[in-house]
Design a protein around this ligand. Structure first.
Ligand SMILES: C[S@@+](CC[C@H](N)C(=O)[O-])C[C@H]1O[C@@H](n2cnc3c(N)ncnc32)[C@H](O)[C@@H]1O
Length: 232
């Protein structure tokens, strides 16, 4: 599991909280723009209609990094609402500045472990799509248990997606791609609707991301997938 609760043990998380330095403008954005875009983590489900002031398909991005991709998608699709989850404060500050500049009103952010947000703050069947772009690869074998893509994560995502919902994933790590193929192949919750290998030139229904560009600079290939939820 990306996060396993074991008695007397801390949960295994898919991230390490890094004490990244905030720029002055990111700090200001966290103070001034958070009230407009932020949703505090809580144990009770988010009421999307109340938050966005309308009923529209909701797209979730897990681990949005600096938010470049998330803001662009929200700006490109004003007919959808976007929820981003991230734990890295400088990335959140960067995203808030980009959101403000783009003037998007269909975007909200939560700063917390995405697993707990999915578990406690998102209702069953409430999401149209989940995007997971370039999740932390945890390359060392002893760290593979930290990878967010695990059978329990898929079951949780499947439950929070609408019956015709889908998951979009991309990675630039060949070994993580094998892992993703294997975990989805064994899942009763998803069908692989598309799998695309490319060199950064054919992203699947998404803009290029910061970590994708970094991977390409290191000579990595990219794999993109769309997995459709199987309504059981
Ligand atoms: C490798 S970065 C990719 C960022 C971005 N998607 C991109 O492609 O540029 C992975 C991000 O996922 C975030 N992350 C990892 N596990 C998370 C979790 N359980 N909840 C929220 N964010 C998480 C990390 O903080 C990090 O910013």
């Amino acid at each position: 599991m990306a996060e396993q609760r074991q008695p007397h043990h801390r949960p295994i998380r898919s991230f390490v909280r890094r004490a990244g330095r905030l720029t002055a403008s990111q700090q200001r954005a966290l103070e001034e723009l958070w009230p407009a875009y932020g949703i505090e983590y809580s144990g009770s489900p988010i009421d999307f209609e109340a938050v966005f002031g309308r009923r529209a398909p909701v797209v979730l991005e897990i681990g949005f990094g600096n938010g470049e991709t998330l803001v662009k998608m929200a700006a490109d699709r004003p007919d959808r609402d976007y929820l981003g989850i991230e734990v890295h404060d400088p990335g959140v500050g960067h995203c808030l500045i980009a959101a403000d500049k783009a003037g998007v009103s269909n975007l909200r952010l939560v700063v917390h472990d995405a697993i707990e947000v999915l578990e406690h703050q998102l209702r069953s069947g409430s999401l149209a799509r989940i995007n997971l772009y370039f999740p932390d690869p945890w390359p060392k074998k002893r760290h593979h248990k930290r990878r967010i893509v695990q059978p329990g994560f898929l079951a949780l995502c499947a439950d929070r997606l609408a019956p015709d919902g889908s998951m979009h994933i991309a990675t630039d790590w060949a070994n993580y791609a094998e892992h993703i193929d294997a975990v989805f192949a064994a899942s009763e919750h998803f069908d692989c609707a598309e799998r695309r290998e490319h060199q950064g030139d054919r992203p699947l229904d998404r803009p290029v991301t910061k970590f994708e560009r970094r991977g390409l600079r290191h000579g990595h290939s990219i794999v993109d997938w769309r997995f459709d939820r199987i309504a059981l």
